[in-house]
Design a protein around this ligand. Structure first.
Ligand code: XLS
Ligand code: CA
Ligand code: CA
Length: 437
């Protein structure tokens, strides 16, 4: 059965095309800085937003019109598997991502839940074999079910902690079976509401213990996916432990986990943390922690996680600039953790939204590639920090300077001459690059 029968495979038609169901910028085989666009971007579709989501919000029921709406939970899950592979093929995206609870309904017991999961994982395995689609990452949803109301790996209740561990164990087995390239931990309920009932130290220690157990088990079963933690500062918890890239990196270092994890960074989560996405990517990059990206955008007028499809070219350009500077996305990818708006309820909107996101990222990649090729911004950096390549600056970098030697230098170096940062000129240049491709 076809779920998107009226839509043909989306093709690249180039800038001149006015066909809304075609790419104007995403040309998978086009080479940017010596590598194909498809290899730079490694796009993925998020199962939860595209196939499980129904457009409901806290004020109203779902609006999405889908061919599987009338089916029973298990049949719905099976239909979504077929829809997933048809969608990936037609949109030309090689990867997908899911939470365990997106793909199969929960049963009455953990046994039953795992059985449901196994039925669907069988179908996914077959579908991946016949279509060539790949799993960028999977994860365990340890935030929707009421049992996780106080947390999962940071729960105050050891029974809940054990349940979470069982779910992670199963998630790793599923990931191994489907050849997932990454495994994600997002701590939806790993945080707290008030310190008056929270043992912060114990909760963080326990979370680290769970991660160490996951590393040990993955090794035992031979699952060699890259492990990722996804920072987010708030929502659903008031304060989430993995607040942002810097906080998460220091957590990993404290618990000797830094060599086993990288970060899955999300644009909208960066915004919620009061950062730009490029800031988060740079922080990860300089710490060798850039793992993968959840591509979306928030709304600066709203303080919550709107998960819109990314269409802001300044943001996609700066994102790809940071990715290229960091040496690429490696085993990660660009996963559209984005949902169509509630008013965009037709299946056509799923295609139009992904085309918008893919074209915006391809556009950003082309602009960023040109920026790097021209060496304009890198040249500015080199010039701006040139005082560290000779004289007293070089001594600082070589670790030879002391407070005494720097004082002696400062005492005879008068006046100090600073130079303009030329920020306005630089920002206009960025616009010129974006509009030149
Ligand atoms: C929620 C998160 C979540 C993770 C995976 O805000 O973005 O969907 O990406 O659990
Ligand atoms: Ca995400
Ligand atoms: Ca989000």
């Amino acid at each position: 059965m076809s779920y998107f029968g009226n839509i043909d495979k989306i093709q690249f038609e180039g800038k001149g095309s006015d066909n809304p169901f075609a790419f104007k910028h995403y040309n998978p085989d086009e080479v940017v800085l010596g590598k194909k666009m498809s290899e730079h971007l490694r796009f993925a579709v998020a199962y939860w937003h595209t196939f499980t989501g129904d457009g409901s919000d806290p004020f109203g029921a779902g609006t999405a019109v889908r061919a599987w709406d009338h089916l029973s939970p298990m049949d719905k899950a099976k239909a979504r598997v077929e829809a997933n592979f048809e969608f990936l093929e037609k949109i030309g995206v090689p990867y997908y991502c899911f939470h365990d609870r997106d793909i199969a309904p929960e049963g009455e017991t953990l046994q039953e839940t795992n059985k449901n999961l196994d039925v669907i994982v069988d179908l996914l395995e077959q579908g991946m074999k016949s279509s060539g689609a790949k799993l960028l990452w999977n994860t365990a949803n340890m935030f929707t079910n009421p049992r996780f109301t106080h947390g999962a790996g940071t729960a105050p209740n050891a029974d809940v902690y054990a349940y979470a561990a069982a779910q992670v164990k199963k998630g790793l087995e599923v990931g191994k079976r489907l050849g997932a390239e990454n495994y994600v931990f997002w701590g939806g309920r790993e945080g707290y509401e008030t310190l008056l009932n929270t043992d912060l130290g114990l909760e963080l220690d326990n979370l680290a213990r769970l991660y160490h157990m996951a590393i040990a088990y993955a090794k035992e079963i031979g699952f060699d996916a890259q492990f990722l933690i996804e920072p987010k500062p708030k929502e659903p918890s008031k304060h989430q432990y993995d607040f942002d890239a810097a906080t998460t990196i220091s957590f990993l270092q404290k618990y000797d986990l830094q060599n086993h994890f990288k970060l899955n960074l999300e644009a909208n989560h960066a915004t919620l943390a009061g950062h730009t996405f490029e800031h988060e990517i740079r922080v990860a990059g300089i710490n060798n922690m850039l793992g993968s990206l959840d591509a979306n955008q928030g709304d600066l007028l709203l303080g919550w996680d709107t998960d819109e499809f990314p269409t802001d070219l300044y943001a996609t350009t700066l994102t790809m600039y940071e990715v290229l500077r960091a040496g690429g996305i490696g085993r990660g990818g660009v996963n559209f953790d984005a949902k169509v708006r509630r008013g965009s309820f037709e299946v056509e909107d799923l295609f139009l939204a992904h085309i918008a996101g893919m074209d915006s990222f391809a556009w950003g990649l082309k602009a960023a590639g040109k920026m790097i090729e021209d060496n304009f911004f890198e040249g500015i950096l080199e010039n701006r920090y040139r005082s560290f390549s000779e004289g007293i600056g070089a001594e600082v970098l070589a670790g030879k300077a002391t407070l005494q030697s720097l004082e002696a230098y400062a005492l005879q170096n008068n006046p100090i001459k600073n130079e303009s940062g030329r920020q306005e000129r630089i920002k206009l240049k960025l616009s010129e690059y974006i509009f030149s491709v």
